[in-house]
Design a protein around this ligand. Structure first.
Ligand code: M6R
Length: 366
């Protein structure tokens, strides 16, 4: 059942080239300019005219929501708010009939997310669901939606569900952007072509497994980790830190790299591993300065960079090279080495990676 892998989590990490492809299947064919999602089509006018999109989710799904905020605002120019479902439901939120509430949930059973959409529904908002489990409670409670089609995810730590969510959300942002005329035709085409190459590029990231295992051996006894990223890689930093803490029980913090100097920089000393996602994108130069700040305090830098980069490697203790892609799609690649890093560290520490202590696969209580 684990397909020859030692754990479900590892199997699911390695399934991602396929699961990402499955999440696009039938929805996008770059060659023939085909871009379509049936769940959206029905509500196309609502999406095109939405004044605001509110995303509600928990955990890893909330991180996918953060990526979606950047994607939708970039492509469709609609304001997006990303909310923890548990906070949203209890703080008397302002919701109107012109709002679209997007609930993201792998299991479709998360109690807080379900309650958040029931609340939004009672205020007249349109509810759109992005779930992995077909026929789940959240999928049934929404007006429309799109399944992620990642296949069953057994490991408690979410991996392939995250990349499938980001893929579906990218498609949604592209569709709305193109309908609203805020995403140029040529840009849209480039994105479609690029998205089609992602499964093969994820495959290349998976080839880094042995190298990441070696890095894991160096840091398996660390007691703290910091993860830094900016722009599209900021949610990836949060996701990398969450993966590490939940399965290895090492304390980890994810931060937007520039926010470091407002507090967390005080934690950095020669004992502190700092994972920096520093791919070539619009915030690259800024991240270079953040890496220098870490170096100046003797922090250990593990950098995820774009293939061929020479600047960051000259400053880092360990370098993980991943393929180039559009910055909008980079989370689909940059998250892979972080999933592998947390997996190997947890295994080396003797942790039960598929069923970490205190955690359940779906959180059906608030
Ligand atoms: O099933 P959901 O996507 O609604 O679950 C949300 C979170 O409970 C989930 O992502 C959790 O944070 C994972 N264990 C993260 O790996």
């Amino acid at each position: 059942e684990k397909g020859g892998y030692e754990h479900f989590m590892l199997k699911e990490i390695f399934e991602q080239p396929r699961s990402i492809l499955d999440s696009m299947r039938g929805r996008m064919i770059a060659e023939s300019d085909h871009l379509m999602m049936s769940g959206i089509r029905e509500y196309e006018n609502k999406f095109v005219n939405a004044k605001r999109i509110i995303i509600v989710a928990c955990g890893t799904s909330w991180h996918a929501g953060l990526v979606a905020e950047y994607l939708i605002e970039d492509f469709a120019r609609i304001p997006v708010e990303v909310e923890y479902a548990s906070e949203f439901r209890y703080r008397n939120p302002i919701i109107t009939e012109d709002d679209i509430v997007v609930a993201i949930s792998q299991s479709g059973e998360t109690a807080d997310t379900l309650a958040a959409i029931e609340l939004a529904k009672s205020k007249g908002a349109t509810i759109f669901g992005i779930c992995n489990v077909v026929g789940s409670s959240i999928a049934r409670a929404t007006d429309a939606g799109a399944y992620t089609h990642a296949g069953p995810e057994i490991g408690v730590a979410s991996t392939k569900a995250f990349t499938a969510q980001v893929t579906v959300l990218a498609l949604i942002a592209m569709i709305i952007g193109s309908k609203r005329g805020t995403l140029e035709e040529t840009k849209l085409r480039q994105l479609m072509v690029e998205l089609e190459t992602i499964p093969a590029k994820v495959e290349k990231c998976l080839l880094l497994d042995d190298q990441i295992k070696e890095i894991s051996a160096k840091y398996k006894d660390a007691t703290n980790f910091i993860y830094l990223g900016r722009g599209y890689n900021y949610p990836v930093a949060l996701e990398g830190a969450l993966k590490l803490k939940e399965i290895s029980y090492i304390h980890a913090e994810g931060y937007p790299a520039a926010e470091m100097k407002h507090g967390p920089i005080a934690l950095i000393d020669e004992q502190m591993p700092v994972v920096v996602i520093a791919t070539k994108d619009s915030s690259y130069e800024k991240v270079v300065s953040n890496v220098q700040e870490v170096r100046a305090r003797k922090g250990k830098v593990i950098a995820v960079v774009t293939e061929g980069d020479t600047t960051i490697p000259s400053m880092a203790d360990y370098v993980i090279e991943i393929p180039e892609t559009s910055e909008h799609l980079m989370p689909l690649l940059s998250v892979i080495p972080l999933q592998l890093l947390s997996y190997h560290i947890a295994v080396m520490r003797g942790c039960n990676v598929d069923q970490p202590r205190n955690l359940a696969k779906s959180v059906t209580v608030e």
